[in-house]
Ligand binder design. Structure first.
Ligand code: PMP
Length: 386
């Protein structure tokens, strides 16, 4: 007979060192506060507000009914990989072979596998700051060292010369995100070409997180289009409102995708089977109305907020990253907003700086206007006090 450990508390002292290198306090604080508020104006949630399209839902239900509920091949079902090859050819002009495509459990899964497959202890990973919150923590978890490329004084753009200055013999990767979370910035082609030149000179691989690709309000170029040594990560969460379904994919150099596949074999095993079959119906979905709606919401928010806040109008995604009013840090301004029943996220969650705050504008127009007007009133109040 097995006997349960007498003192389970002792186990907490046995946690691996690596866990102490990550910290979830920033975002958790906001979610805890959100639970405590009654009917807040919530501009903190980073996901679309539209439902999964009917044909995709039907395809998921049909897959369950047809007993497609078992493990799939580690790299994903062949039909979906073929679709990815075609989509990427259309989007980037790149001809990927089947071996260069891996279906993942969301872009989070892709990031996890790519970093685990590429980062050795002490390897440096350059991350433009501000950054998506997961990057820093995954790099730390896997023993790497995040090296931040500050972009605040370049409208969140990347200057090739500044990038090159950060490169050392230990630099392994550059982790890009375009359109960006939290800034909404899209790196134009010329900027990507300059980045590619520096990375090629120093033999640096790029991981390009393009999860917001479909939400582009200016021309969008994939890094994969200009730099062959790129692992591009794309996902269904945002484009198709499927955040809870956990689907995405990675395309890139054979050696890297094969290594990621090996790691997937011993971790996720495969992306959820039902969702892979459901995704075959995604090409039938016309997303243009959703994209147009978010572009309009962006314009609405920029129109109201830019008179009161310093901000770079976003080119894509559904976020806006603005500077807190003079005299307040982003954290202090977020505290003030939360006291007024408005939820936003402090920039310090996404940055080594604490000067900004992020809003997500995927909420109905009425709520959005209420939120924007409240933000302006709070900024005016803070200014008057200052
Ligand atoms: N990358 C970025 C930039 C994100 O904002 C998100 C989700 N917020 C992810 C990756 C993860 O997305 P998922 O795992 O749902 O595909």
């Amino acid at each position: 007979m097995r006997i349960a450990p007498r003192n389970p508390v002792r186990n907490t002292m046995k946690l691996a060192q690596r866990v102490s290198r990550i910290d979830s306090s920033g975002i958790r604080k906001i979610f805890d506060l959100a639970k405590a508020l009654k009917d807040p104006i919530n501009l903190s949630i980073g996901q679309p507000d539209f439902a999964v399209a009917q044909p995709v839902k039907e395809a998921a239900i049909a897959a369950i009914r047809a007993d497609k509920n078992t493990y799939t091949q580690t790299q994903g079902i062949p039909e979906l990989r073929e679709l990815v090859v075609k989509d990427e050819k259309d989007y980037t002009g790149r001809d990927y072979t089947g071996e260069q495509v891996l279906i993942t459990s969301g872009v989070s899964g892709g990031l996890f596998l790519a970093l685990l497959a590429l980062v050795d202890d002490g390897d440096e990973v350059i991350i433009p700051d501000p950054y998506f919150v997961m990057y820093k923590h995954l790099v730390n978890l896997f023993g790497g060292k995040p090296v931040y490329l500050d972009t605040y004084d370049t409208g969140f753009g990347i200057e090739a010369a500044r990038l090159e200055k950060l490169i050392t013999p230990k630099t392994k990767l550059l982790l890009l995100n375009s359109p960006g979370n939290p800034t909404g910035r899209i790196f134009p082609k010329s900027e990507l070409e300059a980045i590619a030149k520096v990375c090629a000179k120093h033999g640096i691989t790029i991981i390009s997180d393009e999860i917001y690709r479909t939400f582009s309000y200016v021309p969008m170029t994939s890094m994969a289009e200009v730099y062959p040594d790129t692992v591009v990560l794309v996902g269904h969460s945002k484009s198709f409102g499927m955040t809870g379904w956990r689907l995405g994919y990675a395309c890139g150099p054979t050696e890297i995708i094969q290594a990621m596949t090996k790691v997937q074999q011993y971790s996720f095993v495969c992306a959820p089977s039902i969702v892979q079959y459901a995704a075959l119906a995604c090409p039938t979905v016309d997303n243009s109305a959703n994209i147009a709606a978010y572009q309009r919401k962006r314009d609405l928010m920029v129109g109201i907020l830019s008179k009161h806040f310093e901000l770079a109008p976003p080119d894509g995604a559904f976020y806006l990253f603005a500077k807190a009013p003079t005299g307040l840090t982003g954290d202090q301004f977020v505290d003030l907003a939360i006291k007024n029943n408005l939820l936003i996220i402090p920039g310090s969650v996404f940055s080594e700086r604490a000067s900004h705050f992020r809003i997500c504008y995927t909420v109905p127009d009425e709520k959005l206007k209420q939120g924007a007007e409240l933000l302006c009133r709070l900024a005016d109040g803070a200014q008057a006090k200052g």
